[in-house]
Ligand binder design. Structure first.
Ligand SMILES: Nc1ncnc2c1ncn2[C@@H]1O[C@H](COP(=O)(O)OP(=O)(O)O)[C@@H](O)[C@H]1O
Ligand SMILES: Nc1ccn([C@@H]2O[C@H](COP(=O)(O)OP(=O)(O)O)[C@@H](O)[C@H]2O)c(=O)n1
Length: 227
């Protein structure tokens, strides 16, 4: 019987986790789980309900009550998956500047992390998963068979995220932030995320500044083959 395998990919915003994770999962036929989307979905709901993003207890309660589901894409509009919150499709809503601005604060509360980490572990119980996030190798799946930590300089990550927004929204979109705003948001999130963003001691660190997506994938497949 083929051995169940969990692959953890961590790293800061714009390091390439979602792009690489989704392609790797597709190529291996594994389930792809983006844990950032779960924190974003909870943040979207908290904003809808007008909850204070500093109130860890209320947010933890909301996390326990909410039904956050990441499922098959179904719609062909560039999405990697469909995210629903209590049945409502929020796949693009969770990428809004407001959610992006607030998500790290919401994610910083232990009451929130406890609930979402448990949900993530339950999803991984099936084995054969590629899970991407900040704390997957160190906390969520400390016994994952392969742990990758992707990184890149702040400037490179800002350039990537800005190019992505430009492509998705177009030059004239009123919600398109400036490059400086994108960079400032990533810098601020890096800081808040720092406590939950340590690479696992046994993670393989890949510096991606001068690598293409294909080269990153090639390295990961090479490491996987060496285990
Ligand atoms: N190694 C790479 N080289 C160039 N661009 C990359 C690389 N990895 C990712 N990208 C691009 O950067 C953008 C952000 O990557 P993404 O996977 O969303 O990062 P993360 O999930 O870590 O925030 C995407 O548009 C992606 O195509
Ligand atoms: N495992 C995780 C994943 C995300 N997060 C939080 O959720 C935010 C959004 O994650 P994301 O992966 O969607 O962000 P991007 O890197 O795609 O911009 C991060 O900035 C973290 O604050 C977390 O705390 N733990």
């Amino acid at each position: 019987m083929e051995q169940a395998e969990r692959i953890a990919i961590d790293g800061p915003a714009g390091a390439g986790k979602s792009t690489v994770g989704e392609r790797l999962a597709r190529c291996l036929g594994y389930l792809y789980i983006d844990t950032g989307a779960m924190y974003r979905a909870l943040t979207w709901l908290a904003l809808q309900r007008g909850l204070d993003p500093h109130d860890g207890e209320a947010l933890g309660r909301l996390a326990r009550e909410a039904s956050i589901v990441i499922g098959y894409p179904h719609i062909d509009d560039g999405r990697q998956y469909t995210v629903t919150v209590n049945g409502e499709d929020v796949t693009w809503a969770i990428r809004s500047p407001e959610v992006t601005r607030t998500v790290s604060l919401v994610s910083s509360h232990p009451e929130v992390r406890r609930v979402l980490i448990e949900a993530q572990r339950a999803l991984a119980r099936a084995g054969r998963v590629v899970m991407v996030g900040r704390d997957i190798g160190a906390v969520v799946l400390p016994d994952a068979e392969l742990k990758i930590y992707l990184t890149a300089s702040l400037e490179e990550r800002g350039r990537r995220r800005y190019a992505e927004l430009l492509e998705r929204l177009g030059h004239d979109h009123p919600a398109l932030p400036s490059f400086e705003e994108v960079l400032a948001d990533i810098r601020r999130r890096d800081e808040i995320d720092r406590d939950n963003m340590q690479p696992a001691p046994d993670a393989i660190v890949i510096e991606t500044d001068h690598l293409s997506v294909a080269q990153v994938l090639e390295r990961i497949c090479h490491m996987r083959g060496k285990r």
